[in-house]
Design a protein around this ligand. Structure first.
Ligand code: HMG
Length: 406
């Protein structure tokens, strides 16, 4: 029987890539003043995938943590949001399904609309659970943000995967049914199929993001959404964390609520701690902001939180949710800190070498289907072992799949 009861995020975690380039190291070589990175854009470091890591390995790591806690018995749908697609046809989630050893009676689909894709997946998931509250839906958001070397966007690169379990009577956050939507055809950021890096008009993208925020917020309020005073804080999509400050200033101006820069910084500080260390993770970024908020030591029981999701191109959504009483018992703060702290620091030359390897077509990979093994990097349980007969070969290093199939 369908439910009118609470539906939302029952569990949430994220994982990031195994390597890290601190902005101090970047600044030493680009000649930029490091305060431009630390304060101007609000970034400290960026996650860089090793040669055997990609959106699938990061997402599988995050998803495995959820499955270990909740099992897969109620799982009928896996939605994988990404704009770092690895195949024009096959959904990346099917690889995760196999790596985790999930059962065959499931639907697995990939969704794309730049950084907005994960929010589309979340909303689809809540509708599926509302129709059948006995089901769980696994939402994965995984991306590697790559800009051209020596471009303005370079300092905002990053990589991460967020995993969310959507369920009835959720333990973490109930998602409210009211949403504000805004779609606008704008060429602020895009990546044609023949490119490994995005094309971006940086200044235009800032304006497009803020225009979409105004549009989505007005629609949200028009449809009966909460006013600013009812929101404890807002989690924003954070391409770089200072963007959230610009956005919140814009929102408060729209709502005619005066606030100083220091007040805005105080309101948003709990939401930015992971993104400033990881960099832009596109679809995952908003949900890393939520993880940071929940992991920070605040009393959030029963508080309402706003969410702003923006995907260049552009599609945006403003929505809200209520943090459930007792959410603290299910947090994964230690795991999140470990994911960030265990990254191996690399120097600038190694970073540039890895970056060049991802140019398309990848010169170092055979395009004739020949076997190509990738060197072991610093990845965790799952790795991209190589390519064979035009196929990506993933492997589970240890331990074996969670739910081995007969
Ligand atoms: P830039 O043009 O090199 O930087 O790159 P800038 O000169 O504008 O400086 C940035 C800030 O640092 C400025 O602050 C400077 O004043 C300050 P602001 O005026 O904006 O408040 N600054 C300093 N502060 C302290 N000490 C210093 C110093 N020097 C300068 N010494 C740009 C900035 C955003 C253009 C670039 O990073 C870029 O192109 N990024 C990629 C695009 C992007 O992130 N856009 C965001 C909105 S679009 C979006 O969110 C979607 C996206 O995630 C993709 C998707 O949806 O899939 C990107």
């Amino acid at each position: 029987m369908p439910t009118d009861g609470p539906v939302g995020i029952h569990d949430l975690t994220f994982r990031t890539a195994g390597l890290v380039l601190p902005h101090t190291e970047l600044a030493r070589h680009t000649g930029a003043c490091v305060t431009k990175y630390h304060q101007g854009i609000g970034q400290q470091a960026m996650s860089i995938p090793a040669t055997d890591e990609d959106i699938v390995t990061m997402a599988a790591e995050a998803a495995a943590a959820l499955m270990e806690r909740h099992g897969a018995d109620r799982l009928r749908t896996l939605l994988f949001a990404t704009e770092t697609g690895i195949d024009q046809s096959k959904a990346a989630g099917v690889y995760v399904h196999q790596l985790l050893g999930l059962g065959p009676h499931m639907r697995v689909v990939e969704l794309k609309q730049a950084c907005y894709g994960a929010t589309a997946a979340l909303q689809l998931a809540t509708a599926l659970v509302r129709r059948d509250p006995g089901q769980h839906v696994l939402v994965l958001a995984s991306d590697v943000a790559r800009y051209d070397l020596d471009s303005p966007g370079e300092a905002t690169q990053g990589a991460a995967a967020a995993a969310m379990l959507i369920a009835a009577d959720p333990a973490l956050v109930t998602i409210h049914p009211t949403s504000g939507l805004y779609t606008h055809d704008v060429m602020d950021f895009w990546r044609p199929n023949y490119r490994a890096t995005a094309l971006v008009d940086g200044k235009k993208s800032l304006a497009a993001y803020l225009q979409a925020l105004r549009g989505a917020w007005r629609d949200y309020r028009h449809r009966g959404g909460l006013d600013v005073a009812q929101l404890h804080t807002v989690c924003y999509h954070q391409p770089f964390t200072r963007m959230a400050h610009k956005a919140h200033a814009q929102l408060l101006q729209e709502a005619e609520v005066p606030a100083t820069a220091a007040e805005i910084a105080r309101a948003l500080a709990p939401t930015t701690s992971y993104n400033e260390l990881v960099g832009n993770s596109y679809t995952a970024s908003l949900y890393l902001a939520l993880a940071a908020l929940l992991d920070s030591d605040q009393q959030l029981d029963g508080r309402s939180v706003g969410f702003f999701s923006y995907g260049s191109g552009s599609v945006a959504e403003f929505f809200s949710g209520t943090v459930r009483t007792g959410y603290r018992h299910l947090l994964r703060t230690e795991e999140h800190l470990e994911a960030v702290q265990r990254r191996y620091p690399i120097d600038y030359d190694t970073y540039r070498r890895l970056h060049r390897m991802h140019r398309l077509p990848r010169q170092e990979l055979p395009v004739n289907g020949a076997q190509h093994d990738l060197p072991h990097g610093v990845s965790g349980r799952y790795r991209l072992a190589g390519f064979h007969e035009h196929q990506r070969i993933y492997e589970c290093v240890s331990p074996p799949p969670l739910f081995p199939q007969p």
